[in-house]
Write a protein that binds this ligand. Structure first.
Ligand SMILES: Cc1cc2nc3c(=O)[nH]c(=O)nc-3n(C[C@H](O)[C@H](O)[C@H](O)COP(=O)(O)OP(=O)(O)OC[C@H]3O[C@@H](n4cnc5c(N)ncnc54)[C@H](O)[C@@H]3O)c2cc1C
Length: 381
């Protein structure tokens, strides 16, 4: 059994932000981070890879140089959590105990929840920007598209970067116009949600963008099956249960997502499987020496890198306060930031907090970028 004062699970955006701040604010602390992946995925760039703006290799970097000095990197993954005994067991069978645990394992992508998705993604016009490999294949599909039906779906419920499929729809529209194939194309966005965005001010603007671009939008309708041989997508209406089928020539699909099984089946989970933390202090509601952060925590805000980065200072401040037996006074206000790309040179910056209103001082308008990225004339190969 090895022991660390602070053990962080997951070295994604959230875990890394906590590790960096913790060693800066409390030098000398024994901090270890468990993370199995050798490379760090820069997930926010997958949208840009899928639209041909960023080369795939730029959306990944070596993990080792990103680990801050003073933090021990354990190349392993957590297999069992034992919060009552202040320990975890890793996949390689190591038993690690801790004084304080920071849980930042992100979400699980459930490709198998849509029948036929796992086997067809990257083939037959089916694509997804929700992994490094499939993001690369997405640009291939878009840049080779000639005519027909272009479908973009969004599952109901929790999704990291919930507007990604919508953004791909806007970017594909522009690329199709640039190549002169838009007139031969029917573009359809189909979402399991009730609207384009949960905050009214931003939603209204996005609805206008959809109308101006001539994209059909349908809601409360979920993709349940892909039949790659016949290029058919099968949908179910969330309210009536009615099933319908649509033929497609290209189909962009975010996989359904949920909590990681290891965490959902642990004592750290709430009734939905997410890490059960106080929404302001980020301290676990039943295990005071445990904190949760990022996509895996049950915070009622939209999951984003920006949200994780706003949570990290609060978590570290409260963790240090707990160690020093002071009250936990730092409070996360639910801030999340969503830059929603509506074209190659235009975006909507949707920032809001638990009040579900645009943050004070934010301007609710579409912004034209001064140096818009352009789709490449040549493929990003
Ligand atoms: C396509 C796409 C576009 C996005 N665009 C934006 C954007 O423009 N702006 C924005 O703010 N956000 C964006 N996001 C969201 C953002 O990337 C996530 O919200 C953010 O990465 C969440 O950080 P996290 O640390 O909670 O999870 P992650 O960054 O996913 O990290 C979780 C880490 O935990 C590790 N892990 C998992 N299981 C275990 C285990 N059992 N043991 C140990 N380690 C484990 C994983 O390997 C991973 O490294 C985007 C996401 C996607 C997918």
């Amino acid at each position: 059994m090895t022991h660390h004062q602070v053990l962080i699970v997951g070295c994604g955006t959230a875990g890394l932000a906590v590790a960096k701040r913790l060693v800066r604010e409390s030098p000398g602390l024994d901090v270890a981070i468990i993370e199995p992946a050798e490379t760090q995925e820069i997930q926010r760039l997958w949208t840009m890879v899928g639209s041909g703006v960023v080369r795939p290799e730029h959306a990944q970097r070596d993990r080792a140089p990103t680990i801050p000095d003073g933090v021990i990197w354990i190349h392993d993954s957590v297999k069992t959590l034992n919060p009552g005994g202040n320990s975890v067991v890793t996949a390689s069978g190591e038993n690690i105990s801790y004084d304080y645990l920071v849980a930042a394992p992100g979400v699980q992508t459930n490709w198998n929840e849509v029948a036929g998705l796992r086997d067809s993604v990257g083939k037959n016009g089916v694509c997804s920007i929700y992994s490094h490999e499939t993001a690369t294949a997405t640009w291939e599909v878009i840049r080779n598209f000639q005519q027909g039906v272009a479908l973009f779906t969004q599952p109901a419920g929790m999704l990291k970067c919930m507007t990604c499929s919508q953004q791909m729809c806007y970017l594909a529209d522009e690329e199709f116009r640039r190549r002169g194939v838009r007139d031969q194309t029917r573009m359809i966005f189909i979402s399991g949600e009730s609207q384009l965005f949960p905050i009214q001010q931003y939603c209204g603007l996005l609805e206008k963008v959809m109308v101006e671009k001539g994209i059909e939008a349908h809601f409360r309708t979920e993709l349940i099956e892909i039949r790659p041989e016949t290029k058919e997508a099968v949908f179910r209406n969330v309210d009536s249960g009615e099933v319908s089928t649509l033929r497609f020539d290209m189909l962009h699909v975010p996989p359904p997502m949920g909590p990681l099984d290891i965490f959902a089946n642990s004592l750290l989970a709430d009734q939905n499987g997410w890490i059960d933390v106080d929404r302001h202090t980020l301290q676990h509601v039943r295990f005071p020496n445990v904190f949760g952060i990022g996509d895996a925590a049950n915070l009622p805000t939209i999951r984003s890198e920006a949200a994780s980065e706003h949570q990290a200072p609060v978590l570290v401040s409260n963790l240090v306060a707990l160690m020093e037996r002071r009250p936990l006074t730092a409070k996360y206000d639910g801030f999340t930031g969503r830059p929603i790309v509506t074209g190659y040179g235009q975006l909507l910056r949707a920032d809001f907090d638990y009040g579900k209103l645009p943050c004070a001082g934010s301007v609710v308008e579409l912004r034209n970028l001064t140096q818009p990225p352009k789709p490449p004339e040549k493929p990003a190969d």
